[in-house]
Design a protein around this ligand. Structure first.
Ligand SMILES: [Zn+2]
Length: 242
């Protein structure tokens, strides 16, 4: 008979299982409901030794509980004060502390030069200095050197917008010329120019000066900050190259 079963006339509990801990010992003993009832253990010598230890732990637990009740009764003001302090810990403060720590641990964006390598075949692809930002958040690289490193294949979901703004229209997929790793897409911007929209997770970033590596999944976490440019400037640059 374990916890939850009550028989008022029960005056004998025979236990033939090993009692894992002192709580279970108390629970099973509690099944003896009738005054003067008893609990009997049936076990091997080895298990009996563990049981004796549990009996000792039970006595300790009871002593601790008695002491705690005594303390609370004799120091009600101290106890109430402690309880009040525990209840008034401001979770918003804890939360903002954690967020601050996270923010501090983020990689700082610098003007240093970084090199981007294909994550799969490790071929050197371009420099962080080749990138510019357009449309507020899109990192693009319109240098001929970069274009020479990729090839384009048909996009399987060409007609789906996939969360992109209406200014962009998918043209094709962009993959590594060397190993075919998916690098992103080429898309038509404002009906004017085709630009490669690159997924940074296809690359390994290395700081040129120190060769420290960075693996980032989102552009907002890259350690460099490219310049923002307008559509006009892009068109002018592309014309100059031709
Ligand atoms: Zn590659």
């Amino acid at each position: 008979m374990l916890q939850g079963i009550d028989v008022a006339d029960c005056n004998l509990v025979i236990n033939y299982n090993f009692l894992r801990n002192e709580s279970l010992t108390v629970q099973i003993k509690g099944r003896v409901r009738k005054r003067g009832g008893e609990m009997v253990h049936i076990s091997s010598d080895r298990v009996a030794r563990r049981d004796r230890l549990n009996v000792h732990r039970t006595q300790l637990m009871n002593e601790c509980t008695d002491n705690l009740v005594d303390f609370i009764q004799n120091n009600q003001n101290v106890y109430r004060e402690e309880l009040k302090n525990l209840n008034t810990i401001d979770m918003r403060e804890v939360q903002s502390k954690v967020l601050r720590k996270l923010e501090e641990s983020r990689v700082k964006q610098t003007n240093d030069e970084f090199l981007l390598y294909c994550k799969k075949c490790k071929v050197l692809v371009c420099s962080s200095f080749d990138f510019v930002v357009v449309d507020n958040q899109q990192y693009i690289n319109i240098t001929p050197g970069f274009k020479a490193k990729y090839k384009m294949i048909e996009h399987p979901r060409k007609d789906k917008q996939d969360g992109m703004s209406q200014d962009w229209k998918k043209i094709s997929k962009v993959i590594c010329k060397n190993c075919n790793l998916d690098w992103g897409i080429e898309a038509l911007y404002k009906g004017a120019v085709a630009l490669p929209l690159i997924k940074i997770k296809g690359f390994r970033i290395t700081k040129k000066a120190t060769t420290r590596h960075y693996i980032v999944k989102q552009w907002k976490n890259v350690p460099f900050k490219p310049q923002e440019i307008s559509l006009d400037t892009i068109l002018k640059r592309l014309c100059d190259e031709d």
